[in-house]
Design a protein around this ligand. Structure first.
Ligand code: ADP
Ligand code: MG
Length: 658
């Protein structure tokens, strides 16, 4: 007797089915797609025991012709595809004619269906791809019964004959949660269709979506107002050259406060899929916009030229691959970033947050920045920017200031039309930074792990790199950092606007001229001179530094980095020094000098109270150090501000001896 024998056909089919349907939610997904393909406008799902006992889906779609019923569960039988070439252009959800066949091999399946034009509905039972008599006996032929237009498919005892699959399943409630999740996601995506989902025998629906609800409200119904209120709409321009026909969606913005991680709800050609390259790129983008540990909600719908999409990389068709992946991912991320940065410049900055109550001045009220103007798509193209992943430098020896200066857009987005800066003076200043770069130090700061503040008065923080622990002077580091931000974003800063303009003369008089501080500046001009100097240069200050000065009143200061406000305690000294320390006669001296003063102004101040410490700690950890890690060229003179205090091998030795 030969030892190699073909397996029994029913076993083969069962194995194949088990690969396509690995959980009840897979079966549901296939059936939902069929109902949507059948142009239904209402779909109801009812489930018992996590879908294992019963999974019923009822739609009001086209119904199935009685003559087609015998083939309904035949493998590779489909109404959607006739020749091989159709595979390339197919635009419906299903296409392999495999789903119902598979399900019929691993469950007891029955169907009631009625087309509008038919007088009655037809009911029939399936097993292993074939029509079978009902459990009560009789003919296997479809039986006429009363019924409504549409199709109702009942799947019972799923996996009854695949014990290994049954064992691998999660608890019934987890499987139900999966089912609800799939139904909810299709509900979000499928405009014009009503959805419900519930456990059988209960009256309470776990999902109710009316047909008329728009996408945003669908998201609200599923994920709640916490998500919905923070949504912004995403819309990328089609790019047929790379096969991107459409890209739309809804995503949460920078103010969404959520720490629970949630995979992007991604539809490609109307099919719920996962796509790791998109997920990774989106997460990376958000990392630059959200506080550490915060997670976005993302719903995206992409239409990609079907002939570029390969859905058959995975038996459950869950994963997809497509041509021009990198370019398409970049487009998608770009579209989201446009929205995020738009929002970014219109965020509300509450000055109370940085000014301890006791020190709050009447002149700085909670302020609302003016909403950013929309940038047209053409202007974005013109100012082509990199994707976040390109801004994370990995080769530190090659990093050049210009390479991220020019490309840096975190800030330039905040102006309607970024200015391209061609000033020789600025270029020189940028070059200077570049020539002073220490590759070693840049590498340490570029790959460090931030530990925390060690001393708020001396302004020392602790970081780890490799096996070494360092103490560093964060005031000094921030000074250089803000100077570089100033240089890179020169002419393109966002604005922090005071609700009420600040009278420069009054402020410097109160805080400088009428105090002992003025004694340190024996040759200082008068307070009126300070006002006059700033007034005279107000056009330039606005153009290059986003400082609006109008008739001696300061209306805005530049937003050097998002989520960070300088201490307003230092505002008076900053204005005073601008007027007195900057050489206004020489272009390079002047611009460089202003940038130096700006940097000093933005350096976190010494704090002693708990509230101040908490705020400084947060700013350093969430905003400044992440940016330093990402885009900072450490200059050689910072070496004196960084001290190695321990290394792990050394520490281990100490403990071994104990
Ligand atoms: P596919 O969707 O790949 O064609 P399926 O096994 O999922 O394969 O379905 C087989 C066929 O059954 C479909 O092509 C369609 O004609 C029909 N069908 C399945 N479900 C429905 C439904 N809810 N309403 C109308 N027709 C359906
Ligand atoms: Mg199908």
């Amino acid at each position: 007797m030969p030892r190699i024998r073909p397996l029994d056909k029913s076993v083969v089919n069962r194995i194949a089915a088990g690969e396509i349907i690995i959980a009840p939610s897979n079966a549901l997904k296939e059936m939902l797609e069929n109902s949507i393909d059948a142009k239904s406008t209402a779909i109801d799902v009812s489930v018992k025991d996590g879908g294992l006992k019963l999974l019923q889906i009822t739609d009001n779609g086209s119904g199935i012709d009685k003559l087609d019923l015998p083939l309904l569960c035949e493998r590779f039988a489909t109404s959607k595809l006739t020749k091989f070439e159709d595979l390339e252009s197919i635009n419906t959800y299903g296409f392999r004619g495999e789903a119902l066949a598979s399900i019929s091999h691993i469950s007891h399946l029955s169907v009631v269906t009625k087309r509008r034009e038919d007088d009655c509905a037809w009911k029939c039972y399936f097993l292993d791809g074939k029509l079978v008599p009902p459990p009560t006996g009789g003919s296997s032929e479809p039986r006429a019964i009363a019924g409504r237009d549409g199709t109702s498919i009942v799947v019972e005892d799923l996996f009854y004959n695949v014990p290994s699959r049954l064992r691998a399943l999660r608890s019934k409630s987890e499987e139900y949660a999966q089912i609800l999740d799939v139904a909810s996601k299709y509900a979000i995506h499928t405009d014009g269709v009503a959805f419900t989902c519930k456990k059988q025998g209960t009256n309470a629906n776990d999902l109710v979506i009316r047909a008329s609800l728009p996408a945003k409200e669908r998201i609200r119904a599923v994920y709640g107002s916490g998500v919905a209120n923070e949504l912004v709409e995403v819309n990328a321009e089609p790019d047929l050259d790379i096969g991107l026909i459409k890209c739309t969606g809804w995503v949460t913005g920078a103010n969404y406060d959520n720490k629970k991680s949630q995979r992007p709800v991604l539809f490609i050609n109307n099919r719920l899929v996962v796509c790791d390259p998109i997920r990774r790129a989106v997460n990376q983008l958000y990392a630059a916009y959200l506080p550490k540990g915060h997670k976005p909600f993302v719903y995206l719908s992409l239409e990609i030229d079907p002939k570029n999409v390969d859905v058959n990389v995975h038996p459950t068709k869950r994963e997809v691959r497509f041509l021009n992946e990198e370019a398409i991912v970049a487009k998608v991320v770009d579209a989201i970033e446009v929205e995020l940065s738009k929002q970014d410049s219109s965020r509300n900055f509450l000055t109370q947050r940085v000014i301890p109550q006791s020190q709050k001045r009447t002149i700085v009220e909670p302020e609302v920045a003016r909403p950013a103007k929309m940038r047209s798509m053409s202007s974005i193209k013109q100012f082509k920017k990199p994707y976040e992943k390109d801004m994370v430098r990995t080769d530190f020896n090659q990093s050049k200031l210009t390479s991220f200066v020019k490309n840096d857009t975190l800030h330039s987005e905040q102006q309607p039309q970024p200015q391209v800066i061609n000033l020789t003076s600025i270029k020189n200043l940028r070059k200077k930074v570049q020539t002073q770069t220490s590759a070693e130090l840049t590498a340490i700061l570029g790959k460090h792990t931030y530990i925390g503040v060690a001393d708020y008065e001396r302004r020392l923080a602790c970081i780890q790199h490799d096996v070494n622990l360092y103490l560093l002077d964060y005031a000094s580091l921030c000074n250089e950092f803000f100077y570089q931000v100033g240089l890179s974003d020169f002419g393109n800063f966002g604005k922090i606007r005071f609700t009420e303009p600040i009278e420069i003369g009054k402020l410097v008089k109160n805080e400088i001229y009428d105090t002992e501080i003025i004694n340190y500046y024996p040759n200082a001009p008068s307070a009126d001179d300070v006002v006059q100097i700033l007034n005279e240069n107000s056009d330039m200050m606005d153009d290059y530094f986003s400082m609006e000065i109008d008739d001696g009143k300061l209306k805005t200061i530049p937003m050097l980095v998002r989520n960070y406000l300088p201490s307003f305690n230092k505002l008076s000294l900053f204005l005073f020094k601008l007027a007195t320390k900057v050489n206004w006669k020489d272009e390079e001296d002047c611009l460089g000098g202003i940038l130096k003063q700006l940097a000093l102004f933005y350096v976190p101040e010494v704090v002693t109270d708990d509230e101040g410490k908490a705020e400084t700690a947060k700013a350093l950890e969430d905003t400044i150090f992440p940016l330093i890690k990402k885009r900072f060229l450490a200059t050689t003179d910072l070496k004196r501000d960084l001290v190695e205090i321990a290394n792990l091998p050394g520490l281990y030795k100490v403990f071994e001896r104990c």
